[in-house]
Design a protein. Structure first.
Length: 270
């Protein structure tokens, strides 16, 4: 009987006695030894999962019927009550509402008719003579050479500019010391490209507006149009304009006047 039992264990690849003998003095931490040792437990777990999955699949229709029944019970429990929508009776003691305000007066507009170009000569209509029109006499009178000739007083005198007036267009504009070429040299020497805008590759033209005073100094420096996405360029352009030397002031009607100037400063990376 013991021999028969030993034979059965030897033919059973998952028997513990057979595995202990076969894997004696060998690495048992992984490989076939672990697979054979856990075979029965793996089969039991797989069978339990299969049975549970089968039971869940079989129970799904029943679960759906229960859910539908619960929804039907909830709908049945809703009570619908009718509402009286008839308007309330009018109270005769209540005064009627005031009449609506009159519409605003209609403003009369004149339709603009575009001019038409034609080759026909334009004939002016005859003047309309009314009672208020000046009367032209047809009588003749003898005049002598001793009659006084009245000369109208001259009115086209040159008017001096106001004290604080700022001119945009003048007879003689303001000028940088040495001319425009010297101004460009001064800007190229003084402008320092902002590091942030330089690393970001931002370029463009900044238009700086400022006033050249009567003594040639620079005031009221502002940005007329800056570099898109480059505030550092705008600040640098304003800084360079503020450190400019005194200009030759503008002149109007023989007087030194204040003049507004707009200077473009271009920022480019070569």
């Amino acid at each position: 009987m013991s021999e028969n039992t030993s034979f059965n264990e030897w033919t059973d690849v998952v028997a513990e006695g057979r595995n202990a003998l076969v894997f004696e003095d060998k690495n048992k931490l992984y490989g076939a030894f672990e697979l054979r040792r856990r075979y029965n437990r793996t089969i039991a777990v797989a069978l339990a999962i299969a049975v549970a999955s089968f039971l869940i699949l079989v129970s799904i229709p029943k679960i759906m019927e229960l859910i539908e029944g619960m929804k039907a019970d909830q709908v049945k429990n809703v009570e619908i009550t009718s509402a009286d929508l008839t308007p309330p009776p009018l109270d005769e003691t209540t005064p009627p509402p005031p009449p609506p305000p009159p519409p605003p007066p209609v403003e009369q507009t004149i339709k603009f008719t575009p001019p038409v170009v034609t080759d026909e000569p334009i004939v002016d209509p005859p003047p309309v003579i009314t009672d208020d029109s000046p009367k032209i006499s047809t009588d003749t009178h003898d005049k002598t050479g001793d009659d006084d000739i009245v000369v109208p007083e001259e009115t086209n005198k040159v008017v001096a500019p106001k004290e604080d007036e700022i001119f945009l267009v003048v007879e003689q504009p303001a000028d940088f010391p040495g001319g425009i070429n010297e101004m460009y040299k001064f800007i190229q020497k003084s402008v320092q490209y902002p590091q942030v805008e330089k690393e970001a590759g931002i370029t463009g033209t900044c238009y700086v507006s400022f006033v050249v005073e009567k003594n040639g100094s620079i005031t009221d420096v502002s940005i007329a149009r800056g570099v898109s996405g480059g505030p550092g360029c705008d600040k640098e352009a304003m800084r360079v304009v503020k450190i400019m030397p005194a200009w030759k002031p503008a002149r109007q009607a023989g007087h030194e006047v204040r003049c507004r100037f707009t200077l473009p400063i271009k920022f480019s990376i070569k």
